[in-house]
Design a protein around this ligand. Structure first.
Ligand SMILES: [Zn+2]
Ligand SMILES: [Zn+2]
Length: 245
């Protein structure tokens, strides 16, 4: 490579800042991939670890939280709240806080490659599990809906802004199990305009992480009761604490 090209490439590197979606390390502008080599290795390892109930790789695990209306719950890897440096945690944080398009594209593509049965896409729509208005104000966007939109865009399916949150202030993570169920039931609702669009459809319900799956269960219930034929939940990660299936 001659000096001029090298110089030009350096300028391009500077302008087109490309970062690892997990650790934010700067990458060469023509670097092929969303993760730096170290994070890519850790991410592959995270996907290869097995579920401690079904002993399948996490991306192959279909253990649900026993939610009656959820036809399947699928996740890419395990979130570990005890390890701040775990690559899965970094990716979940990036979804929640960075609002960078690369992060959403990376997770959406991982979900499409690992979690979605392509035959189901013919009749599928995507929707996000709604955040509370307080959370949307705090972060400036609803990351589950943004991820659902990205999945719809890449697969060519329709995104539906189907579910709303009534704005109860209690955060799911601060409540116990029965309070979570009640809080989810009080807050989640289906938007009227979405009803004809979900009728007879497979709905992929998207979220970043599930702890008990209370909100997922309620969302799936309202979708099923209003005509959805199947409801599959797609998660970036499942919480390590969750043992029950
Ligand atoms: Zn990295
Ligand atoms: Zn499992």
């Amino acid at each position: 490579m001659n000096e001029f090209i090298l110089f030009f490439k350096k300028i391009l590197d500077y302008i087109c800042v490309k970062k690892c979606v997990a650790c934010s390390e700067l990458l060469e502008f023509d670097y092929d991939g969303f993760l730096c080599p170290k994070c890519a290795e850790e991410w592959d390892e995270a996907k290869r670890t097995v579920c401690d109930r079904c002993f399948k790789m996490h991306s192959k695990c279909r253990c649900s939280f026993g939610r009656q209306y959820v036809d399947g719950m699928r996740h890419l890897a395990l979130y570990d709240h005890t390890d701040r440096d775990w690559v899965v945690n970094k990716i979940v944080y990036a979804l929640k806080k960075s609002n960078a398009d690369d992060v959403f594209e990376f997770v959406a593509r991982e979900m499409i490659d690992n979690l979605i049965d392509k035959n189901t896409l013919d009749n599928a729509v995507f929707a996000g599990i709604p955040r509370s208005p307080k959370s949307v104000r705090k972060y400036g966007y609803d990351h589950a809906k943004k991820l659902a939109k990205k999945l719809a865009e890449i697969t060519g399916c329709e995104y539906i802004d189907a579910l709303g949150h009534r704005g109860g202030e209690a955060e799911q993570k601060t409540l116990n199990k029965s309070q979570r169920a009640l809080n989810a039931k009080e807050n989640c609702y289906l938007k009227d305009k979405a009803i004809p669009k979900i009728n007879g459809k497979t709905v992929f319900l998207v979220d970043d992480i599930a702890t008990t799956g209370a909100m997922t269960g309620i969302c799936a219930e309202v979708l099923h009761k209003n005509g959805a034929s199947k409801v599959f939940c797609l998660l970036a990660a499942k919480n390590k604490l969750q043992k029950k299936t």
